[in-house]
Design a binder for this molecule. Structure first.
Ligand code: ADP
Length: 234
């Protein structure tokens, strides 16, 4: 199992931004977390991504209970297992596409030369083999998001967490980025997308709805990703 939230509550003062949430994500799944603005999606992303600890409940990533780990160990777990994609790309402005992606391996302790060669492979995988030395200001929005996706997958994370990955893109670039995520998922990457976009959510095999901090998680599709992961595991 890639990710588990069990009875997770996150409070800000009196407000339960996440209220007794449960969710299991299995290897090979592609899940949408969908809900309107203010429903608790970012809170859930922060908790799922181990950027924030819950007030109550258990979060397991790659089988490890983060409640039993020190902050340093949680950082290491995050670096080893989770790749992040954000709405506004979060690329380093002065750095080339290759440097931006190579930086995704810094915390994994990979030597520089290998970081660069793996960054090139990741950029080719997202269709940007011809943009290796471009800096963010020389790239379109869709290309920037591809660089960010390459950075997120270069370390081959157990889980890719994408927060409104098409939210800052025009519809054509957004569709291309969504297709790229589908291709990565078909290649075995487990992905959770946070979105308020119902059309995007409808295109994914599984949807988890959040409203006022309450998560209603339908079970994984029968015979779908779970069966696939059983085959991969065997
Ligand atoms: P979404 O991502 O779906 O828009 P959020 O997770 O950002 O929703 O917010 C859920 C609720 O928690 C909102 O009512 C928001 O105001 C509140 N909230 C989020 N972060 C904080 C914070 N750091 N301090 C206080 N309240 C917060």
């Amino acid at each position: 199992m890639v990710l588990e939230l069990a009875a997770v509550t996150k409070r800000y003062g009196d407000l339960a931004a996440l209220d007794d949430a449960g969710l299991v994500v299995r290897r090979g799944e592609f899940v949408a977390v969908v809900g309107p603005s203010g429903s608790g999606k970012s809170t859930m992303l922060n908790v799922m991504g181990t950027l924030d600890r819950p007030t109550e409940g258990t979060v397991r990533v790659a089988g490890r209970d983060i409640g039993e780990l020190s902050d340093d160990d949680v950082s290491r777990l995050r670096a080893d297992h989770i790749g992040f994609v954000f709405q506004h790309f979060h690329l380093a402005a002065g750095a080339t596409a290759t440097e931006n992606v190579a930086d995704g391996l810094l915390y994994a302790g990979v030597p520089r030369r290998e970081r660069v060669s793996r960054a090139r492979v990741a950029l080719e995988k997202v269709g940007l083999g011809h943009r290796l030395d471009h800096r963010p200001h020389e790239l379109s929005g869709g290309e920037k998001q591809r660089v960010a996706i390459a950075r997120a997958i270069v370390g081959e994370p157990t889980l890719l967490l994408a927060d409104e990955p098409t939210g800052a893109l025009d519809s054509t670039s957004g569709a291309a980025v969504l297709q790229l995520l589908h291709d990565l998922n078909a290649g075995g990457t487990t992905i959770v997308v946070i979105t308020h976009d119902l059309a995007l959510a409808a295109s994914l095999p599984r949807r988890v709805h959040v409203r006022d901090g309450v998560v209603s998680a339908a079970p994984p599709p029968a015979g779908g990703a779970a069966a696939q992961s059983a085959r991969v595991a065997s």
